[in-house]
Design a protein around this ligand. Sequence first.
Ligand code: 26Q
Length: 768
Amino acid sequence: MKLNKEEFLADVNAILRGDYACDLASANKKERYNALSKAVMMKAYDAWMKSTQSKQKRCAYFSAEFLMGRAIYSNLLNLGVLDEARKIMSSVGVDLGEFEEVEDAALGNGGLGRLAACYLECAASRDLPLDGYGIRYRYGLFRQTFADGFQHEEGDDWLKWGDPWSVRVEREAVKVVFSDQTVWAVPYDMPIFGYRNGVVNTLRLWQSEPLRPFDFASFNEMKGERIAEENFNATKITDVLYPNDNTMVGKILRLRQQYFMVSASLQDILRKYKKTGKPLSELPEHRVFQLNDTHPVLAIPEMLRLLRLEGLSFEEAFDICSRAFNFTNHTIMAEALEKWDALALKDLLPAVYEQIVTCQQKLEKEGADPNRYYIVKDGIVHMANLAIYVCAKVNGVAQIHTDILKRETFRDWYEKYPDKFVNITNGITPRRWMLLNNPEMAKEIDKRIGTQWHTELSELSKLDPVLTEMLPAFRGIKKKNKEKLAAYIEKAEGVKISPDFAFDVQVKRLHEYKRQLLNALSILYFYYEIKEGRMKDFTPTAFLFGAKAAPGYYNAKAIIKFINEIAKLVNGDEAVSRYMKVVFVQNYNVSYAEKIVCAADISEQISMAGMEASGTGNMKFMLNGTVTLGTMDGANVEICEEAGIENNYIFGARVEDVPDIKKFYSPRQILAENPALKRVVETMIDGTFDDGGTGVLRKLYESIVEGYDPDHYIVLYDFADYVRVKEQLLRDYGTDEFYLKCLKNLAHSGKFSADRSVSDYSRLIWHI
Ligand code: 26Q
């Protein structure tokens, strides 16, 4: 796309006149944001229509979450007009940077939702016909603040800036029918711009609305037949994103959301497919579906139901589904695997439940051992099993994760269907996670190897011969990024950190398996070592955290409080704060991540081995030139394969060691043998910290030393090795050797481009 200054400003002014009865001279920031965005949208319509009307085979990515972040800069970048737009706006006195205030579209929790967003961008950039289908939540992931070190949640009113990057397509609304209510699903389409290639795919998000204006009488009649305790009016279905990450909450409203999204999407897709005149039996040659975890797996029985309404037999419908659907698993944690109460599901969606039961019967008829293979058992519906049984392909998200799925989680299914299982290692988009968030570094790379790496990230390895030459520039850019982040943190969090410190960062959702607690305990250990004079030459370090805890996750919230108490102790201690600062930033989100990732020296990826399916934050840091301080878990394993284990800092139990460790695990014994560790652990109960009389710190203490399964995530077991490696890392920090390791990681991050991931999906699964 090209922007002509006069023409573009005329467009912006015309929109301002029509929508707000003002012009550029009198408009406020929100009005400027909407008009500028709409003017760009208008210029992109032709390309959008052209891309969507093509007759090629398409894949539909079904996901309950799309963590899009802020659209404006990324869209301008991909359209190739970011610099032009900045110049044009500044010529009329508008700083494009003013839109940094615009709210993120946080329609996702964490990794799984951000992965969906990266995949859409990368597919468009590779000219792969991939469209997203999901939910237009009125409120996204809650906004987080701290008061007295405790997390508080507020509603995320992401639409308060307007939504100029979407169009409401009311003429394509469809009805979604539950046993107790019928609602409209109205689509909002967001264009997904490929990187400078003219391709525009679509993210279609459905919003629930009442039938009322059209059918008030029948709406009223439904009173009284509602399902007990959870009777909702129509708009409530898409009101809010469930704030859980890697834990399942069995609320009927969540089930309603899931069905709402898949029913609307499938009706929409089938309606359009039928218009082509092609037979339904050929659907999988033209349309395939990727199910992002179990959240959209109701699509399978819903498709069976819809196809049978078209007159197909169960066997015919099943055959179509088994060629069209594919399933990605993102977790091995038992508490995250979706299971629904069969009676509740039957109550809400009787005709859908019937299809699930027919799948179960088919499985039985095939003679499968009912102890090993089941979809409905003891009144529980197992969504992952339904997905594996029906889908053509099932994939894990990193090699170690896929291996665990085959060996453990889905062992029986793997034995029955070995060819269904494939690995597709996750990736990130290098546009948002380098070109956009770290433009100086990107330019430095361009100077040396050209720009092909923008769309072919493995090209970065061409930097290998010039890494040493690049060192001074790399140091300089990193320093600048750190200065910027430090300034931002001072403004946003009120804590001053020196850009001369090492920046040691752990940002990700708060979860016990991710072990933010391990990091916290090590910091407290360093604190006492410094304070009491045993550690004299500690490398000055800023320990940064960012994480949201699910509002109902007690221990996760306790860990936030604990870290905030440590921060207060450390930062307020003049003798020690010359060597270390601790900051837990509030409301960590995609936009905050963009600022943090390019300024980090150390990337903390310290989950218990075997627990983190992949991780994608680890990839963002690697691309931006940091070393990983991590366990052999998830994609960390592949990061070490690519960049060399000697260029990262690996510690702790390996996945194959865990069963033996657990056999005779005694946290108390570990504490007895390590008095320094005992002392920092006991700060949770000895009055060092004040938890406002809530008892959360004592409970946290008890979870690691007491009860039936203490320290489930072996924090104490891994502590000594973690501290040993972390001390080595901090000794190395700042040397040329250290920064060469950082650069080595950057240069070998090519595998982790989601351009590669979507090409793998296309080649191994979608065949688009
Ligand atoms: C399920 C049922 C009811 C309510 C909520 C949920 C729910 C919601 C979100 C369950 C899980 C999630 C999110 C999971 C997630 O983000 N997993 C992460 O996926 C990333 C992308 O593959 C991986 O890199 C991470 O390792 C994995 O933790």
